[in-house]
Write a protein that binds this ligand. Structure first.
Ligand code: SF4
Length: 429
Protein backbone atom coordinates (compact mmCIF):
# COMPACT_ATOMS: atom_id res chain seq x y z
CA UNK A 1 0.00 0.00 0.00
CA UNK A 2 1.24 3.50 -0.83
CA UNK A 3 0.12 6.03 1.73
CA UNK A 4 -0.01 9.81 1.53
CA UNK A 5 -0.43 11.89 4.71
CA UNK A 6 -1.66 15.47 4.80
CA UNK A 7 -1.99 17.74 7.78
CA UNK A 8 -3.35 21.16 8.66
CA UNK A 9 -2.94 23.11 11.87
CA UNK A 10 -0.66 22.86 14.85
CA UNK A 11 2.67 21.23 15.56
CA UNK A 12 0.87 18.53 17.44
CA UNK A 13 -0.85 17.46 14.22
CA UNK A 14 2.59 17.45 12.56
CA UNK A 15 3.98 15.25 15.34
CA UNK A 16 1.09 12.82 15.02
CA UNK A 17 1.62 12.60 11.29
CA UNK A 18 5.26 11.70 11.78
CA UNK A 19 4.31 8.95 14.24
CA UNK A 20 1.72 7.55 11.80
CA UNK A 21 4.28 7.62 9.02
CA UNK A 22 6.66 5.50 11.07
CA UNK A 23 3.89 3.14 12.21
CA UNK A 24 2.63 2.61 8.66
CA UNK A 25 6.18 1.89 7.50
CA UNK A 26 6.74 -0.51 10.40
CA UNK A 27 3.73 -2.45 9.08
CA UNK A 28 5.35 -2.66 5.67
CA UNK A 29 3.56 0.16 3.85
CA UNK A 30 5.34 2.78 1.73
CA UNK A 31 4.87 6.53 2.05
CA UNK A 32 4.42 8.67 -1.05
CA UNK A 33 4.51 12.44 -1.60
CA UNK A 34 1.97 12.15 -4.39
CA UNK A 35 -1.80 12.25 -3.79
CA UNK A 36 -2.45 10.72 -7.22
CA UNK A 37 -0.17 7.70 -6.64
CA UNK A 38 -1.50 6.84 -3.19
CA UNK A 39 -3.77 3.90 -2.36
CA UNK A 40 -4.68 5.48 0.96
CA UNK A 41 -4.95 9.17 1.94
CA UNK A 42 -4.92 10.22 5.59
CA UNK A 43 -5.92 13.81 6.37
CA UNK A 44 -5.33 15.33 9.83
CA UNK A 45 -7.78 18.25 10.07
CA UNK A 46 -7.88 21.36 12.24
CA UNK A 47 -10.68 23.45 13.78
CA UNK A 48 -8.85 26.16 15.67
CA UNK A 49 -10.54 28.94 13.64
CA UNK A 50 -13.44 29.13 11.15
CA UNK A 51 -10.77 29.55 8.48
CA UNK A 52 -9.13 26.26 9.57
CA UNK A 53 -12.51 24.51 9.33
CA UNK A 54 -13.02 25.86 5.82
CA UNK A 55 -9.51 24.76 4.80
CA UNK A 56 -10.06 21.31 6.28
CA UNK A 57 -13.27 20.79 4.28
CA UNK A 58 -11.59 22.10 1.15
CA UNK A 59 -8.60 19.78 1.60
CA UNK A 60 -10.90 16.77 1.96
CA UNK A 61 -12.83 17.67 -1.18
CA UNK A 62 -9.64 18.26 -3.16
CA UNK A 63 -8.03 15.01 -1.97
CA UNK A 64 -11.05 13.03 -3.12
CA UNK A 65 -11.16 14.79 -6.49
CA UNK A 66 -7.45 14.29 -7.14
CA UNK A 67 -7.60 10.58 -6.39
CA UNK A 68 -11.15 9.21 -6.09
CA UNK A 69 -9.85 5.62 -6.13
CA UNK A 70 -7.82 6.01 -2.93
CA UNK A 71 -9.37 5.17 0.43
CA UNK A 72 -9.76 8.36 2.48
CA UNK A 73 -9.25 8.45 6.27
CA UNK A 74 -9.91 11.65 8.24
CA UNK A 75 -8.81 12.56 11.74
CA UNK A 76 -8.05 15.70 13.79
CA UNK A 77 -10.08 18.40 15.50
CA UNK A 78 -12.49 19.18 12.67
CA UNK A 79 -13.35 15.51 12.18
CA UNK A 80 -13.73 14.98 15.95
CA UNK A 81 -16.09 17.89 16.49
CA UNK A 82 -18.52 16.59 13.89
CA UNK A 83 -17.66 12.99 12.96
CA UNK A 84 -20.98 12.13 11.31
CA UNK A 85 -20.89 15.18 8.99
CA UNK A 86 -17.29 14.32 8.11
CA UNK A 87 -18.18 10.72 7.33
CA UNK A 88 -20.94 11.91 5.01
CA UNK A 89 -18.52 13.90 2.89
CA UNK A 90 -17.88 12.44 -0.52
CA UNK A 91 -15.14 9.82 -0.61
CA UNK A 92 -14.54 9.58 3.15
CA UNK A 93 -14.13 5.91 4.21
CA UNK A 94 -13.26 6.26 7.87
CA UNK A 95 -13.19 8.93 10.61
CA UNK A 96 -10.79 8.41 13.52
CA UNK A 97 -11.58 10.84 16.32
CA UNK A 98 -8.91 12.45 18.48
CA UNK A 99 -9.42 10.03 21.37
CA UNK A 100 -8.34 7.16 19.08
CA UNK A 101 -5.59 8.96 17.21
CA UNK A 102 -2.80 7.01 18.86
CA UNK A 103 -4.33 3.83 17.44
CA UNK A 104 -5.04 5.32 14.01
CA UNK A 105 -2.71 3.00 12.11
CA UNK A 106 -4.07 -0.06 13.92
CA UNK A 107 -7.70 1.02 13.37
CA UNK A 108 -7.12 1.80 9.72
CA UNK A 109 -5.46 -1.59 9.23
CA UNK A 110 -8.36 -3.39 10.94
CA UNK A 111 -11.27 -1.49 9.46
CA UNK A 112 -10.03 -1.00 5.92
CA UNK A 113 -8.35 -4.40 5.71
CA UNK A 114 -5.11 -3.03 4.26
CA UNK A 115 -3.19 -5.59 2.28
CA UNK A 116 0.59 -5.25 2.30
CA UNK A 117 2.48 -6.38 -0.72
CA UNK A 118 6.12 -7.18 0.05
CA UNK A 119 7.41 -4.97 -2.76
CA UNK A 120 5.64 -1.99 -1.18
CA UNK A 121 7.84 -2.14 1.92
CA UNK A 122 10.20 0.78 2.57
CA UNK A 123 13.83 0.77 1.54
CA UNK A 124 16.18 -0.36 4.29
CA UNK A 125 17.32 2.56 6.46
CA UNK A 126 14.77 4.99 5.00
CA UNK A 127 13.31 7.31 7.59
CA UNK A 128 10.17 9.27 6.95
CA UNK A 129 11.51 12.40 8.59
CA UNK A 130 14.80 12.75 6.79
CA UNK A 131 13.17 11.81 3.51
CA UNK A 132 10.96 14.81 3.97
CA UNK A 133 14.05 16.91 4.52
CA UNK A 134 13.58 17.55 8.21
CA UNK A 135 16.23 17.56 10.89
CA UNK A 136 13.80 18.37 13.65
CA UNK A 137 11.23 15.88 14.93
CA UNK A 138 8.10 16.75 16.86
CA UNK A 139 7.29 14.28 19.61
CA UNK A 140 3.79 14.23 20.98
CA UNK A 141 4.01 13.60 24.73
CA UNK A 142 0.57 14.63 25.89
CA UNK A 143 -2.99 15.28 24.75
CA UNK A 144 -5.99 17.08 26.28
CA UNK A 145 -6.26 20.02 28.66
CA UNK A 146 -7.86 20.53 32.06
CA UNK A 147 -8.36 24.28 31.55
CA UNK A 148 -11.18 26.09 29.82
CA UNK A 149 -9.84 29.31 28.33
CA UNK A 150 -12.99 30.88 26.95
CA UNK A 151 -11.73 31.22 23.34
CA UNK A 152 -10.31 27.70 23.07
CA UNK A 153 -12.15 25.05 21.04
CA UNK A 154 -9.13 22.76 20.89
CA UNK A 155 -9.55 21.73 24.49
CA UNK A 156 -13.16 20.63 23.83
CA UNK A 157 -12.08 18.60 20.82
CA UNK A 158 -9.13 16.98 22.59
CA UNK A 159 -10.74 15.94 25.90
CA UNK A 160 -9.09 15.19 29.28
CA UNK A 161 -5.33 15.17 29.85
CA UNK A 162 -3.47 12.00 28.91
CA UNK A 163 0.32 11.59 29.03
CA UNK A 164 2.58 9.18 27.19
CA UNK A 165 4.89 7.20 29.43
CA UNK A 166 8.37 8.65 29.92
CA UNK A 167 9.93 5.36 28.77
CA UNK A 168 7.98 5.51 25.54
CA UNK A 169 9.06 9.10 24.84
CA UNK A 170 12.70 8.27 25.58
CA UNK A 171 12.59 5.17 23.36
CA UNK A 172 11.19 7.22 20.48
CA UNK A 173 13.84 9.93 20.87
CA UNK A 174 16.65 7.36 21.01
CA UNK A 175 15.30 5.69 17.89
CA UNK A 176 15.06 9.01 16.04
CA UNK A 177 18.56 9.99 17.12
CA UNK A 178 19.88 6.69 15.73
CA UNK A 179 18.12 7.54 12.46
CA UNK A 180 20.03 10.84 12.30
CA UNK A 181 17.64 13.32 13.90
CA UNK A 182 19.58 16.05 15.76
CA UNK A 183 16.78 17.99 17.38
CA UNK A 184 13.47 17.06 18.98
CA UNK A 185 10.59 19.24 20.14
CA UNK A 186 8.27 17.91 22.84
CA UNK A 187 4.70 18.91 22.01
CA UNK A 188 1.22 18.56 23.45
CA UNK A 189 -2.09 20.40 23.73
CA UNK A 190 -1.12 21.45 27.24
CA UNK A 191 2.42 20.18 27.80
CA UNK A 192 2.66 21.87 31.20
CA UNK A 193 0.07 19.29 32.27
CA UNK A 194 2.37 16.42 31.27
CA UNK A 195 2.44 13.77 33.94
CA UNK A 196 -0.68 14.89 35.84
CA UNK A 197 -2.19 11.44 35.20
CA UNK A 198 0.97 9.35 35.66
CA UNK A 199 2.66 10.98 38.67
CA UNK A 200 5.26 12.90 36.70
CA UNK A 201 5.76 16.45 35.37
CA UNK A 202 7.13 18.24 32.32
CA UNK A 203 10.30 19.20 34.26
CA UNK A 204 10.85 15.56 35.22
CA UNK A 205 10.31 14.45 31.61
CA UNK A 206 12.85 16.97 30.30
CA UNK A 207 15.37 15.86 32.92
CA UNK A 208 14.89 12.21 32.00
CA UNK A 209 15.23 12.93 28.29
CA UNK A 210 18.45 14.85 28.91
CA UNK A 211 19.81 12.05 31.11
CA UNK A 212 18.72 9.05 29.08
CA UNK A 213 19.25 10.20 25.50
CA UNK A 214 22.13 11.86 23.67
CA UNK A 215 19.92 13.96 21.43
CA UNK A 216 22.02 17.10 20.78
CA UNK A 217 19.11 19.56 20.89
CA UNK A 218 15.92 19.41 22.91
CA UNK A 219 13.11 21.96 22.72
CA UNK A 220 9.62 22.23 24.09
CA UNK A 221 6.64 23.57 22.20
CA UNK A 222 4.34 26.27 23.48
CA UNK A 223 3.91 26.06 27.28
CA UNK A 224 1.41 28.02 29.37
CA UNK A 225 3.22 30.56 31.60
CA UNK A 226 1.51 29.40 34.79
CA UNK A 227 2.84 25.87 34.30
CA UNK A 228 6.54 26.55 34.88
CA UNK A 229 7.69 25.21 38.24
CA UNK A 230 10.47 26.91 40.26
CA UNK A 231 12.95 24.14 39.46
CA UNK A 232 12.39 24.63 35.74
CA UNK A 233 15.22 27.11 35.19
CA UNK A 234 17.97 24.76 36.33
CA UNK A 235 17.10 22.49 33.37
CA UNK A 236 18.73 25.08 31.12
CA UNK A 237 22.07 24.44 32.87
CA UNK A 238 22.31 21.57 30.41
CA UNK A 239 23.25 23.23 27.12
CA UNK A 240 21.32 20.58 25.15
CA UNK A 241 18.06 22.13 26.40
CA UNK A 242 17.62 25.03 23.99
CA UNK A 243 17.08 28.55 25.44
CA UNK A 244 13.78 29.40 23.78
CA UNK A 245 10.35 29.50 25.40
CA UNK A 246 7.08 30.17 23.66
CA UNK A 247 4.84 31.42 26.48
CA UNK A 248 1.34 32.34 25.23
CA UNK A 249 0.24 35.67 26.71
CA UNK A 250 -2.88 36.32 24.54
CA UNK A 251 -3.41 39.86 25.90
CA UNK A 252 -1.46 42.44 27.91
CA UNK A 253 -4.65 43.68 29.58
CA UNK A 254 -5.67 42.05 32.87
CA UNK A 255 -9.37 42.70 32.26
CA UNK A 256 -9.19 40.90 28.89
CA UNK A 257 -7.16 38.08 30.46
CA UNK A 258 -9.94 37.68 33.03
CA UNK A 259 -12.59 37.45 30.29
CA UNK A 260 -10.41 34.86 28.56
CA UNK A 261 -10.20 32.88 31.86
CA UNK A 262 -6.41 32.87 31.61
CA UNK A 263 -4.55 31.94 34.78
CA UNK A 264 -1.63 34.37 34.50
CA UNK A 265 -1.95 38.15 34.88
CA UNK A 266 0.47 40.67 33.37
CA UNK A 267 2.43 41.23 36.60
CA UNK A 268 3.06 37.48 37.01
CA UNK A 269 4.09 37.23 33.38
CA UNK A 270 6.50 40.16 33.77
CA UNK A 271 8.04 38.49 36.83
CA UNK A 272 8.41 35.20 34.96
CA UNK A 273 10.24 36.83 32.05
CA UNK A 274 12.54 38.70 34.46
CA UNK A 275 13.47 35.43 36.17
CA UNK A 276 13.95 33.66 32.84
CA UNK A 277 16.31 36.36 31.57
CA UNK A 278 18.23 36.40 34.81
CA UNK A 279 18.66 32.64 34.94
CA UNK A 280 19.11 31.77 31.25
CA UNK A 281 21.52 33.86 29.17
CA UNK A 282 20.26 34.57 25.64
CA UNK A 283 16.83 33.10 26.30
CA UNK A 284 14.42 34.04 23.53
CA UNK A 285 10.83 34.59 24.72
CA UNK A 286 8.13 34.46 22.07
CA UNK A 287 4.36 34.56 22.48
CA UNK A 288 0.83 34.43 21.04
CA UNK A 289 -1.52 37.43 21.06
CA UNK A 290 -5.21 37.39 20.18
CA UNK A 291 -6.29 40.65 18.59
CA UNK A 292 -9.88 41.87 18.94
CA UNK A 293 -11.22 39.63 21.70
CA UNK A 294 -14.94 40.47 22.36
CA UNK A 295 -15.31 43.78 24.18
CA UNK A 296 -11.60 44.75 23.79
CA UNK A 297 -11.64 48.51 24.34
CA UNK A 298 -9.18 51.02 22.95
CA UNK A 299 -7.67 51.29 26.43
CA UNK A 300 -7.28 47.50 26.79
CA UNK A 301 -5.71 47.33 23.35
CA UNK A 302 -3.24 50.06 24.29
CA UNK A 303 -2.30 48.07 27.40
CA UNK A 304 -1.48 45.09 25.17
CA UNK A 305 0.71 47.17 22.87
CA UNK A 306 2.54 48.71 25.83
CA UNK A 307 3.08 45.36 27.49
CA UNK A 308 4.36 43.69 24.32
CA UNK A 309 6.80 46.56 23.87
CA UNK A 310 7.90 46.45 27.51
CA UNK A 311 8.63 42.72 27.41
CA UNK A 312 10.40 43.01 24.04
CA UNK A 313 9.37 39.64 22.67
CA UNK A 314 11.68 37.95 20.16
CA UNK A 315 8.67 37.14 17.98
CA UNK A 316 4.88 37.10 18.13
CA UNK A 317 2.24 34.86 16.63
CA UNK A 318 -0.68 37.21 16.03
CA UNK A 319 -4.18 35.76 15.80
CA UNK A 320 -7.19 37.85 14.86
CA UNK A 321 -10.04 36.72 17.08
CA UNK A 322 -12.69 34.71 15.29
CA UNK A 323 -15.78 33.40 17.02
CA UNK A 324 -15.89 29.60 17.51
CA UNK A 325 -19.31 28.15 18.23
CA UNK A 326 -19.22 25.99 21.35
CA UNK A 327 -16.77 28.23 23.24
CA UNK A 328 -17.75 30.55 26.10
CA UNK A 329 -16.32 33.54 24.27
CA UNK A 330 -18.87 32.99 21.49
CA UNK A 331 -21.59 34.27 23.83
CA UNK A 332 -19.63 37.30 25.10
CA UNK A 333 -20.99 40.73 24.07
CA UNK A 334 -19.01 43.42 22.27
CA UNK A 335 -17.86 41.76 19.04
CA UNK A 336 -15.43 44.06 17.20
CA UNK A 337 -15.74 44.98 13.54
CA UNK A 338 -13.39 43.34 11.03
CA UNK A 339 -11.98 46.78 10.27
CA UNK A 340 -10.93 47.45 13.88
CA UNK A 341 -9.44 43.97 14.18
CA UNK A 342 -7.55 44.48 10.91
CA UNK A 343 -6.12 47.84 12.05
CA UNK A 344 -5.07 46.49 15.43
CA UNK A 345 -3.47 43.45 13.84
CA UNK A 346 -1.48 45.64 11.42
CA UNK A 347 -0.26 47.85 14.28
CA UNK A 348 0.88 44.79 16.19
CA UNK A 349 2.63 43.34 13.14
CA UNK A 350 4.61 46.58 12.76
CA UNK A 351 5.59 46.50 16.44
CA UNK A 352 6.59 42.84 16.11
CA UNK A 353 8.92 43.63 13.21
CA UNK A 354 10.62 46.35 15.24
CA UNK A 355 11.04 44.09 18.28
CA UNK A 356 12.33 41.24 16.16
CA UNK A 357 14.89 43.55 14.57
CA UNK A 358 16.04 44.63 18.06
CA UNK A 359 16.38 41.01 19.15
CA UNK A 360 18.42 40.06 16.08
CA UNK A 361 20.66 43.11 16.55
CA UNK A 362 21.80 41.82 19.94
CA UNK A 363 23.60 38.88 18.34
CA UNK A 364 25.77 40.74 15.83
CA UNK A 365 29.45 39.68 16.01
CA UNK A 366 28.64 36.72 18.24
CA UNK A 367 29.49 33.12 17.32
CA UNK A 368 26.71 30.58 17.86
CA UNK A 369 26.17 26.91 17.04
CA UNK A 370 23.64 26.42 14.24
CA UNK A 371 21.90 23.22 13.16
CA UNK A 372 21.98 23.33 9.35
CA UNK A 373 18.65 22.35 7.86
CA UNK A 374 19.34 22.99 4.19
CA UNK A 375 21.14 25.17 1.72
CA UNK A 376 21.00 26.78 -1.71
CA UNK A 377 22.79 29.50 -3.66
CA UNK A 378 22.01 31.99 -0.85
CA UNK A 379 23.90 29.89 1.69
CA UNK A 380 23.22 27.38 4.47
CA UNK A 381 20.03 27.74 6.48
CA UNK A 382 19.40 26.81 10.07
CA UNK A 383 18.54 27.97 13.57
CA UNK A 384 20.54 29.17 16.54
CA UNK A 385 19.93 27.49 19.91
CA UNK A 386 17.46 30.25 20.83
CA UNK A 387 15.54 29.72 17.61
CA UNK A 388 16.68 32.61 15.46
CA UNK A 389 16.72 31.83 11.76
CA UNK A 390 20.05 32.35 10.00
CA UNK A 391 21.56 32.04 6.53
CA UNK A 392 25.31 31.47 6.50
CA UNK A 393 27.95 31.52 3.79
CA UNK A 394 31.05 29.39 3.64
CA UNK A 395 32.17 25.78 3.53
CA UNK A 396 30.93 25.39 -0.05
CA UNK A 397 31.42 21.92 -1.41
CA UNK A 398 31.08 20.35 2.05
CA UNK A 399 27.79 18.71 2.98
CA UNK A 400 26.67 20.49 6.13
CA UNK A 401 23.01 19.53 6.13
CA UNK A 402 21.94 18.08 9.48
CA UNK A 403 25.23 19.07 11.13
CA UNK A 404 25.79 21.57 13.91
CA UNK A 405 28.31 24.25 12.93
CA UNK A 406 29.76 27.36 14.54
CA UNK A 407 28.56 30.49 12.73
CA UNK A 408 29.89 34.01 13.13
CA UNK A 409 26.94 36.40 12.94
CA UNK A 410 27.79 39.24 10.60
CA UNK A 411 24.54 40.94 9.63
CA UNK A 412 20.78 41.08 9.44
CA UNK A 413 18.67 40.34 6.38
CA UNK A 414 16.06 43.09 6.79
CA UNK A 415 13.71 41.67 4.17
CA UNK A 416 13.61 38.11 5.51
CA UNK A 417 14.01 39.30 9.11
CA UNK A 418 16.73 36.81 9.88
CA UNK A 419 20.42 36.70 10.77
CA UNK A 420 23.26 36.39 8.30
CA UNK A 421 26.61 34.80 9.07
CA UNK A 422 29.66 32.85 8.06
CA UNK A 423 30.29 29.17 8.81
CA UNK A 424 33.45 28.78 10.90
CA UNK A 425 33.72 25.15 12.00
CA UNK A 426 31.73 21.99 12.30
CA UNK A 427 30.88 21.13 15.89
CA UNK A 428 29.17 17.78 15.44
CA UNK A 429 27.84 15.43 12.81
S1 SF4 B 1 -4.57 26.16 28.50
FE1 SF4 B 1 -4.27 26.13 26.23
S2 SF4 B 1 -5.28 24.23 25.50
FE2 SF4 B 1 -5.97 24.61 27.63
S3 SF4 B 1 -7.90 25.72 27.41
FE3 SF4 B 1 -6.30 27.30 27.61
S4 SF4 B 1 -5.63 27.76 25.48
FE4 SF4 B 1 -6.85 25.85 25.40
Amino acid sequence: MRIHLKTLGCRLNEAEMETWSRDFQARGHAMTDSTEEADLLVVNTCAVTEEAVRKSRKLLGRSNRQNPNARLVVSGCYASLDPSATLEMEGVDLVVNNQDKERLVELVSQKLDLKVMPEAATEPDATGLLERGRQRAFIKVQDGCRYRCTFCIVTLARGEERSRSTEDVIAEINRLHCEGIQEVVLTGVHIGGYGSDIGSSIAELILQVLNKTDIPRLRIGSIEPWDLPDNFWSLFDNSRFMPHLHLPLQSGSDSVLRRMARRCRSSEYRQLVETARLRVPDINITTDIIVGFPGETEDEWRQTLDFVEEIGFGDLHIFTYSCRQGTKAASLPGALSQEIKRQRSQTLHRLTERLKRQTLGRYLNRTLPVLIEGGDEDGWRGYTPNYLRITAEGATGTELKNRIVEVLISGIDEVEQQLQGKVLTTVST
